[in-house]
Design a protein around this ligand. Sequence first.
Ligand code: NAI
Length: 342
Amino acid sequence: MRVAIFDTHQFDRESLVRANSTSGHDLVFLEVRLNLSTYTLAAGCQAVCVFVNDTVDAGVLRALAQLGVRLVALRCAGFNNVDLAAAQQCGIAVVRVPEYSPHAIAEHAVALLLALDRKLIRATARVRDGNFSLDGLVGFDLFGKTVGVLGTGKIGATFARIMRGFGCRVLGWDLHHNPELERDHVLVYQSLNEVLESSDILSLHIPLNSDTRHIVGAEAISRMKPGVVLINTGRGALIDTPALVEALKSGKVGAAGLDVYEEEEGVFFVDHSGEVLADEQLAWLLMCPNVLVTSHQAFLTKEALEKISSTTLDSITSIESQISGLAEKSIADQRVLLVGLG
Ligand code: NAI
């Protein structure tokens, strides 16, 4: 199948090329993101492959369908950027990578937490400058602290197990409880308000949808303990950023580790180092000594990239054989969001 791969970078291109050596698809690598101005680059392709910040709304899907595109393959787990109803109407199949390495994201959340707690970025900058003083670098023990995990799916559960290893008390909140986590004494489930009110550290691992957008806003923050440490590796819009900025100014939120940002589209994944940052809110966050921002890189491990590439190409092969009538039965597993062959 000829596949237009939007928003590619050196890191994912290499692993896709390696994985394709056994799949044999015709991969067209494009650096631009998919949107209404760029979709024509998929002309002649039966599939497009996209990432977290590509636009896959109704307009783009209709335009792709007219070009003959039959499949959208997401190189990620979250699919909040895809209009599934529109894809169904257009007869476009949608696949994703439901799981690649929950460890990659959970471990990055822990890295953000440890770097903030022990002030590693400031400490490194200081000693590089010949300043070996310790004033202002006091952290806290993780042992014995209460950690709230919002979303105890694959990543949240992995994060919870790591935090138990540090000797933390872990509280979980999720629509669907995972009995294994309680049976293994990893965490105790509580209501959202109880978790918000009792946690010293809060980490977000729920997907972004209409119920969870801005779940951490002024009201939720007002319930939190003073000085709470907030970690977000989920999606930027889980947090109402202006409310977070106010809470950082007042000291209500003691520190924030953000791998995702509400307005990250057009900023993250791109080198803007020679430009003035137009996003004043992000510029303010980057200035704060108690805020650590990474550019949506929690997934970025060798193991995760390999799994993303192999799953994506396998899914493309399966859908291709269905489209051409070679498959005896359609694939139906967590990868397939929509078969879309109607
Ligand atoms: P998952 O599907 O295994 O877990 C999500 C959990 O959230 C589930 O247990 C589900 O019941 C719960 N949930 C969903 N809606 C909810 C609601 N309204 N209220 C309460 N709980 C709700 O997903 P996984 O793999 O753990 O990923 C979580 C999120 O992490 C993804 O949706 C994605 O947005 C983000 N992510 C971020 C990455 C990064 O590089 N920063 C990479 C991969 C995922």
